[in-house]
Design a protein around this ligand. Sequence first.
Ligand code: MOS
Length: 721
Amino acid sequence: MSARLGAEPKVTGRAKYAVDHNFPGMVYGYVVLSTVANGVLEAMDVAAAKSAPGVVAVYTPFDSLGLTTTSSPMMGQTWVPLLNRDVDYRGQPIGVVVAETFEQARDASALVAVTYREKPARTSFEEGLPSAEDAPENRGNPPEISVLAPGVESIEDALAASPVVVEATYRTASQNHAAMEPHSAVAVWADGALTVYSGNQGSDMQAVELAGALKLPESAVHAVNPYVGGAFGGKGRTSAPAFLAAGAARVLGRPVKCSLTREQVFTATANRPATVQKVALGANESGTLFAVRHDSWSSTPMDRSFVEPTSHGTSREWYATQNLAISQKMVPLNIPLTTFMRAPGEAPGSFALESAMDELAVALKMDPIELRRRNSSIAPPGIDLQWSSKHLDECYSIGAQRFGWANRSPNGRVDGDWLVGMGTATAMFPALLFPATVEITLNADETAVVSTSGADPGTGLLTVLSAIGSESLDLPPERITPRLGDSRYPSGGLSGGSTATASAGAAIMVAAAGAIDALLALASAPGAPFEGQEVTYADGHVHGADGTASFGELLRAVGRESLSVTGSSGPGEERTKHSFSSFGAQFCEVRVHRLTGEARVSRLLGVFDAGRIINDKLARSQLSGGMIWGVSAALHEGLEIEPDGRLANADLASYLVPVNADIPDIEVQFVEYPDTFNNAVGARGIGEIGVVGVAAAIANAIYNATGVRVRHIPITIEDLL
Ligand code: MOS
């Protein structure tokens, strides 16, 4: 099992993250945040700040950096700071102080005197809910979807005709990605061109966004991020510090470093929305679903730029049902921006749907795995395209066996003062593909380079480039140099949506085939060592009637230092023939103390059907990392917003995430069926599915242990006393 490339520099501190870049003459930016939740900036008095020691400049919407709106090729409109005087939430970037040192910039930022014309703010999701229904500002809600069996007039009729119905409302908390590396950037201008070092999920996309905001040709922007300290969707778009550093560096003619503090990350980036989800399931006595209704409300910022797709991403796809109705509504609030976070839609959506499935199993007095088996879909309801490959039942049977599911009693068991329960839930995440291009270079020194602009935000893409490059070129991995995180490499798409391995991997195979073809053409060309011969390629060598030559020997023989070929891949015709998703079965054992209400996850097992696994170690790490996040969502994480729009827990002391003591041994298993309909590599996504279903499995285990059904996450001690 090969090691993770890049691990050693990361754990020894040699890896250079964005803020680790330093340049002569560099100055430091400190971002100024709004202190009201809704209003207009009437004035910003920066005189005192400007005369503070070391201060070089202060930029605000009144003295701006000349930035403009921009968008990301794959993620749409990006929020750019200092464009206008509107304040839509507390903690919004409204200025930047630039000074000779970070401390000077930070101190001076406290001297910026801001006058607001304040407006009433709406920050409470619960208060916003009633008005969400029909508010004119709710234009832009995703379309409602309704699938009805012949003769059925409405989903209500379908539910009324169902002998067994469960209906409940579930709530999930807003979350921050809280990546280890705060959003930051170092921007350097030289000869009319900009180089930006800033963690992102696709450097070519970041270059496009920066070029747009700075009104520059794309060729004038160079985005670099070989290392990313976590992203999870939160670095999909370019961050405020990157725009501010780039703009300030242009005006000042000096390199600028700008980093958010940990506290600032919670408001000056974007969060996962909070959701309220109403689920109704109707079934017959043998547990066959007849009707599924899933209505969701998602908190959104005032610009309604992102809605958490809980209904569309979850109930649309999971179970076979003849009648399905899903809706998704926005609740615009004066809260920080919202965006994609690991398993957007499915993570909170699965909490609602998979809790409801457990409630249905209880109502039916049926084993929850059996209920899920009976409703397994061969295609998403209302969609003619069958799953390309689905082995969810096998995930459940392997998991049930390994986990000792047969020992589960419907009422849990008691172990001293601990109430012990088992829960399960399905995991799904769609297998998407994005366009990606990879360049392969064969060098005369017998090495090969595989390069793409994509990012490795900790997912292991660097290792994947090496592994798929190695097998596609029939070379040992130590002769492959993988390169990514640089916008000058061919466009690698987005490291997001659990797509990078499948997308970049398929492009590597195309590029490698092209490189081998080009090599063979070179080998048999007039004047070349195998002129006019039938030639084949294997094991790094060209084989012809006259013998063999390594590709390095061949390149040297024809006087070439290297040979480069690009290859591209993207969603193709197969997407019109099948539906694509990864699947999994989550198993959880929870112990709840009968006196203190403390809930402890004692065992976790996930069995996943995600196509071919390229690197077992990396894949386990992705899945167990996702499962840990599921524990966090279930029992720890949640942003708390005060009526005045302040986040009460905007730091890692009060925003709870699990520590080692909260996490039991996690077991990850794969059923490995390569999915070559999805792409030539046979891989589907594994980055996000790990978190999906875990919170429901935990809530279901808590119910099994205690008989208490908690319909919100995080579940806290108060819920179990
Ligand atoms: Mo992500 S939420 O796959 O960037």
